[in-house]
Design a protein around this ligand. Structure first.
Ligand code: PEP
Length: 245
């Protein structure tokens, strides 16, 4: 099945007003992209509102995390409605840095994904094995358990990102065959869960994607886009990946 390509940049805890020019440059280049490519940037929450003002055309602005509750006594957190109000249209949930550093469980991730979809936005649910889990031969068991625990009941607006923890920010990537194997297993899980609608869910690969390896990664079956960290910080590098799509 032919699917569109979704290329999403995750700026993590990087970026102030001084970097808004990078987003403007991405937006300008994005205007000429073929219709099957969607381009999105997730700046820190403090920049979403200003990013939206420079993100003309087809550049989508997203967020890196959200609280599952609508409002309340959750100091430091932001809700789906707040992100929507600021201009975000998609939200990354369950990134491995949040799972590890903030002890987020599959149930937490699922609650966030449900809230994002209920708010009418796209939720990108991240899953991925550690190096120890891959070495132990348990990659697919781990991925399926994360999917079973983290995926929402509803499928409209859902995307999944496969991000091997050991590949994030390391310059290491799985072989093309390994990526293809995990993405095929994720597709099987999605179709078993959602029926035909599972065929249409975008499955992104993330972990040290660069302009130099993007063409071959994006050509793999069931790789419907990329989630990009370090290489999304500048328009020059990010657009190199986008062109590969
Ligand atoms: C990420 O953190 O989602 C990521 C993919 O990072 P990098 O591209 O830097 O490996």
């Amino acid at each position: 099945m032919a699917r569109a390509k979704l290329i999403v940049g995750n700026w993590k805890m990087n970026g102030t007003a001084a970097e808004l020019g990078e987003i403007a440059a991405m937006a300008a280049a994005g205007a000429d992209l073929p219709a099957h490519v969607t381009l999105a940037i997730c700046p820190p929450a403090t920049l979403i509102d200003r990013a939206r003002t420079v993100a003309t055309g087809r550049l989508v602005i997203g967020a890196q995390d959200v609280h599952a509750a609508g409002h309340g006594a959750f100091t430091g957190s932001v809700s789906v409605a707040m992100l929507d109000d600021a201009g975000a249209r998609l939200v990354i949930v369950g990134h491995s840095e949040r799972r590890a550093d903030h002890h987020e469980t599959d149930a937490d991730v699922r609650a966030k994904a449900e809230a994002v979809l209920e708010g009418g936005m796209t939720a990108i649910v991240c899953v991925g094995e550690t190096a120890a889990e891959r070495d132990a031969g348990t990659t697919l068991t781990v991925i399926n358990a994360q999917l079973d625990g983290s995926l929402p009941g509803s499928v409209t607006g859902l995307a999944v990102a496969y991000e091997p923890v050991w590949a994030i920010g390391s310059g290491l990537t799985p072989t093309l065959q390994q990526v293809g194997g995990v993405h095929a297993a994720i597709r099987t899980n999605l179709v078993a869960r959602y029926g035909d609608a599972g065929e249409a869910v975008a499955i992104l690969y993330g972990g040290s994607v660069k302009p130099g390896n993007a063409v071959e990664i994006l050509a793999i079956d069931n790789v419907d886009g990329a989630l990009v960290g370090g290489a999304s910080l500048t328009a020059a590098e990010f657009l190199g990946i986008v062109r590969a799509a």
